[in-house]
Write a protein that binds this ligand. Structure first.
Ligand code: HEM
Length: 496
């Protein structure tokens, strides 16, 4: 296996290990480096970022037990080769398809086109208006429920819970017209678990669901019962929503939530029609892709701004000057906050929720590896069909060739670069993020409303220094998506 693996990756230097980083045992077992037992796991791109990227823009992983050989690239030129429009690469076949069914995120090319055609119309200007309106409404509802305006200073023990709940509320409302008043306890979606709990379980235990055979769910295990209930409840909820929308579509075109728009586009498009399972897979992936990512980026940006008061002050001044006269922000203001936008891009650069773009060589290919670093001569690397190729977004975003002093939070670095050329966090090419504008809308709306009225400070633990807080909170971890650790902050009300 190792010899074939080495041939498949043209002997590119890297890890020789038990499991590939994306195989199920590789994901489930902890990351470990060592001569006898090495498992890069999903975290190696973060753990080795400081030592690896200044000297390597291409590394290989050749497992001797489980998973295909793989090549990881951390240069924009190489990302363009593998994630662009070339027919030589496709999405890697995903083991998660057996759980979630065919869907837009994991489908391979031929199938994916059908999914994208049906989903594209949902991301229209009307949807963006709805996304802004819902984000602003949910933010104000949250502030009222929490009583933030009544206090001069409010400690928040885990900001991550707030941003995830916010992102989930926005996508639930825009996807299903399903609203959750902030103060009410989460509602059950069919007499059992709540939608929030189902999403937590399905995100946390997707790998387990692939590994554990069906019969095991009959064993007396409380944990497995919870997993079973989480998946079943969420799937039957999505299925019932499709049924309801199909009945409404013919006589009610006024509703414009994502679920409605997908069902309507599907009914109108006889050629590429998706079946119910495929639509369910799509709706589920939009729900998951649309809240995990935004919620995690949002808390990372808040933590970074709490640590960098000078940047926060600049954002605050910018907000006040745009909203002069005390008016409320609207969707038309989206591009009026250039400094805030740079802070968002810098947050996504440092903590990209999608840490790798996974592709597979569908035929033998040559990767043209440019020579930009001393240790790497220009060469054509010959990659065999079936090899996994990952554009390592953490690697690209920490590559000092594009981002000097890569660990530093420097929003101003985005002042002079063409954003389209260097922002890798939303992917590249035909499979780039369909929800990019949606995400920028909810992030901008939340941050404008928050930073206009509150100053965000770090809340240090007992005897903790600022440096210790930074290290504790900003230690990124990948659980399907990448995010920061629980972030305690304090909101200080800015009284006018
Ligand atoms: C800051 C937030 C977000 C980030 C950083 C992000 C990042 C990404 C990336 C990198 C990809 C490409 C994956 C690949 O090429 O393998 C992607 C795809 C996707 N994203 Fe996002 N995303 C975000 C928010 C959203 C939101 C809010 C939605 C939905 C409302 C969404 C829906 C999707 C979908 C459906 C795809 C698959 C597109 C396709 O294959 O055609 N994302 N996202």
């Amino acid at each position: 296996k190792v010899i074939t693996g080495l041939k498949a990756v043209d002997n590119v230097p890297g890890f020789r290990c038990a499991f590939s980083a994306t195989s199920l045992p590789g994901l489930l077992l902890p990351t470990k480096f060592g001569a006898f037992w090495c498992n890069p796991g999903s975290d190696f791109v973060i753990k080795l970022r400081r030592s690896l990227y200044p000297t390597h823009e291409i590394v290989s992983i050749v497992p001797y037990l489980c998973g295909p050989p793989a090549v990881y690239v951390s240069s924009i030129e190489l990302m363009h080769q593998i994630a662009g429009y070339s027919p030589q690469y496709d999405k890697e076949r995903s083991p998660f398809d057996s759980v979630f069914g065919g869907n837009i995120v994991t489908a391979q090319k031929a199938e994916w086109k059908r999914h994208r055609r049906v989903i594209n119309p949902a991301f229209s200007h009307k949807m963006y208006e709805l996304a802004w309106k819902e984000s602003a409404g949910i933010f104000q509802d949250m502030v009222a429920a929490k009583g933030w305006r009544d206090r001069d200073s409010t400690p928040i023990f885990i900001m991550n819970n707030i941003t995830t709940k916010f992102a989930l509320a926005v996508i639930s409302s825009c996807a299903f017209d399903l609203t959750f008043p902030w103060a009410e306890p989460p509602k059950s979606v069919g007499g059992g678990m709540t939608l929030q709990d189902c999403l937590i379980v399905t995100t946390r235990d997707a790998a387990l669901r692939v590994l554990v055979p069906r019969w095991a769910y009959h064993l007396p295990s409380k944990y497995l019962k919870e997993v079973e209930e989480g998946f079943n409840t969420l799937f039957s909820f999505a299925r019932s929503q499709i049924g309801i929308r199909r009945e409404q579509v013919a006589d009610d075109t006024s509703k414009n939530d994502i679920c409605n728009l997908i069902v309507r586009a599907n009914e109108e498009d006889a050629k590429t029609k998706l079946d119910d399972d495929e639509m369910m897979g799509d709706i589920f992936s939009v729900l998951l892709a649309g809240h995990e990512t935004s919620g995690k980026v949002l808390v990372a940006i808040i933590a970074l701004l709490a640590l960098h008061q000078d940047e926060q002050e600049e954002v605050h001044k910018e907000i006040l000057s745009v909203l002069s006269g005390g008016r409320e922000p609207t969707l038309d203001d989206l591009e009026s906050f250039p400094h805030l936008h740079r802070c968002i891009l810098e947050g996504i650069r440092l903590f990209p929720p999608v840490s790798i773009l996974l592709r597979e060589a569908v035929e033998d290919v040559y990767l043209r590896v440019p020579s930009h670093i001393a240790s790497q001569a220009e060469r054509d690397v010959s990659i065999k069909k079936g090899t996994m190729i990952a554009a390592d977004i953490v690697g690209i975003n920490h590559n000092p060739r594009y981002f000097p002093d890569p660990e530093a939070f420097k929003p101003s670095r985005w002042r002079d670069v063409a954003e389209g050329d260097q922002i890798a966090g939303f992917g590249y090419g035909p499979r780039a993020c369909i929800g990019r504008k949606f995400a920028l809308i909810e992030l901008t709306c939340f941050l404008v409303l928050l930073l206009r009225d509150w100053e965000v400070e770090v809340a240090l633990g007992e005897d903790e220094s600022l440096e210790q807080w930074r290290e504790r909170v900003l230690e990124a971890k990948v659980v399907i998506t990448l995010g920061v650790q629980p972030a305690p902050v304090r909101l200080v009300h800015r009284r006018v």
